[in-house]
Design a protein around this ligand. Structure first.
Ligand code: SAH
Ligand code: MG
Length: 226
């Protein structure tokens, strides 16, 4: 599973999110850089054009930052985003870790809870009608999921096991010519954790079922070819 160099086919047409919604995305807590959010939006628009009416699944909602870009694409193409998260945060979001945010602690449980922030984001961005929050463990949800997807965006747990589970659970749901978008893909360990690269990106390419069609920062867009 070494780094690979291959030509990137340009199937992702560049469409730009509405400025007001972009401002809402940027005002939302989270981890999606602006240029990668714009690329995610463009990919979602392409996927919706290729596979009209099929929904989008996002794994890893947090407070809904990337969700705003996806919701904007869903609104434009008359489809729905299901955004999956247990809302307890990943390992790196917990107390004592690099990405801990004290303000997201629920005083009732003394535990992280990003669901209230997500609901506030959906309200503020006015996308509550096109985004359906799915509150649960990704593996449990994917096991029950039967509808084909135009696109699946994986940005959930970044450990080896959650990354593997997300690939195994969600990639079979992507329709032919649909997109698998993966965040935090780092080919070099000095840039970040390797699980999304190894267990999602490389697994998808090595399966022969996906080709890479776009790349912006750590965001990779793959397309199902068989
Ligand atoms: N896409 C977000 C960032 C997601 S952070 C943004 O743009 O800001 C990763 C999220 O994945 C966290 O909110 C965490 O709760 C969720 N997560 C991690 N492992 C999960 C699992 N196994 N099932 C469901 N959600 C999970
Ligand atoms: Mg991420």
């Amino acid at each position: 599973m070494g780094a690979r160099i291959r030509p990137i086919a340009q199937v992702v047409n560049v469409e730009m999110i509405d400025e007001v919604l972009r401002a809402e995305a940027l005002a939302t807590k989270g981890f999606m850089p602006p240029d990668e959010g714009d690329a995610l939006y463009a990919a979602a628009c392409s996927a919706c054009k290729i596979l009209p009416q099929l929904p989008i699944v996002e794994v890893g909602t947090y407070c809904g930052r990337s969700t705003v870009w996806l919701g904007a694409a869903a609104r434009k193409y008359n489809t729905i985003v299901f955004s999956v998260d247990h809302h307890f945060g990943s390992e790196e979001n917990q107390k004592g870790w690099e990405w801990f945010d004290e303000s997201l602690i629920d005083p009732a449980t003394n535990r992280l809870n990003t669901l209230p922030s997500l609901l506030a984001t959906l309200h503020r961005a006015n996308i509550g009608d096109v985004v359906v929050p799915v509150v649960g463990e990704s593996k449990v949800v994917s096991a029950q999921w039967s509808e084909k997807l135009a696109m699946c965006f994986i940005d959930g747990g970044h450990g080896d096991e959650p990354a593997r589970n997300d690939y195994l659970g969600w990639s079979p749901k992507i329709a032919l010519h649909g997109f698998l978008a993966i965040h935090d893909v780092f080919t070099d360990p000095k840039d970040g954790g390797q699980a999304p690269y190894k267990y999602i990106y490389c697994a998808a390419i090595d399966s022969g079922e996906f080709i890479e069609v776009d790349m912006t920062g750590s965001l990779r867009i793959l397309q199902r070819i068989k």
